[in-house]
Write a protein of this length. Structure first.
Length: 190
């Protein structure tokens, strides 16, 4: 089994270029997450990356309204924060025991941020006309993990209802559909 820090490092290596590739002119564009435009989704993803550093260290977090971090050199800061996320989950013991207010297994909490980093990178890539494909090792890890947490995630309104996919849909298409996304979503006018 791969360490969570290694999986997060792999996922971040795919996500950071997507955020670096977002032009300021597309910050108001819609995303596959109907409740978020590009700017709001960047803010949400920053909040997730920072809060899950604290969760790895068993520190309290606040998931209220995400602050607007899309100022100054936010792209470089995102790269720095994902580096801190990887480091937080590399600390010995980070994957052991429980974490967070719900006292979930720490590895499950790691799967949450791994899923967010991967799925939201796809959301942002789709919204801004970029290509994105997760690394196979990350996909192998989040597929079963997100399937296991889907009922709880739907109840909490974190996932939408599953989107139908045809027979023969690929593994990432199935993961996206599981979270309530249309794997074939395109930005209006794209």
């Amino acid at each position: 089994m791969k360490k969570m820090s290694e999986l997060l490092e792999t996922a971040a290596a795919r996500a950071v270029p997507v955020l670096n590739g977002i032009d300021d002119s597309s910050l108001e564009a819609p995303t596959p997450c109907a409740e978020y435009d590009v700017r709001a989704l960047i803010n949400h993803l920053f909040q997730v990356v920072v809060n899950f550093q604290a969760l790895a260290a068993r520190e309290p977090v606040e998931f209220g309204e995400a602050p607007d971090v899309v100022t100054g050199n936010w792209r470089a800061r995102f790269g720095e924060e994902t580096g801190k996320l990887v480091a937080a989950w590399a600390v010995p013991g980070a994957e052991e025991g429980t974490a967070g207010a719900m006292q979930l297994p720490a590895r499950t909490v790691g799967h949450m941020v791994l899923g967010d980093l991967t799925v939201h990178a796809w959301d942002l890539a789709r919204a801004t006309g970029q290509d994105f494909a997760p690394d196979a090792s990350v996909l192998d890890e989040i597929g079963p993990a997100l399937a296991a947490m889907a009922p709880m995630a739907r109840e909490s309104k974190v996932f939408g209802e599953p989107h139908p996919v045809p027979e023969g849909a690929g593994p990432f298409e199935r993961v996206l559909a599981l979270t309530g996304r249309d794997p074939h979503w395109r930005a209006p006018g794209a």
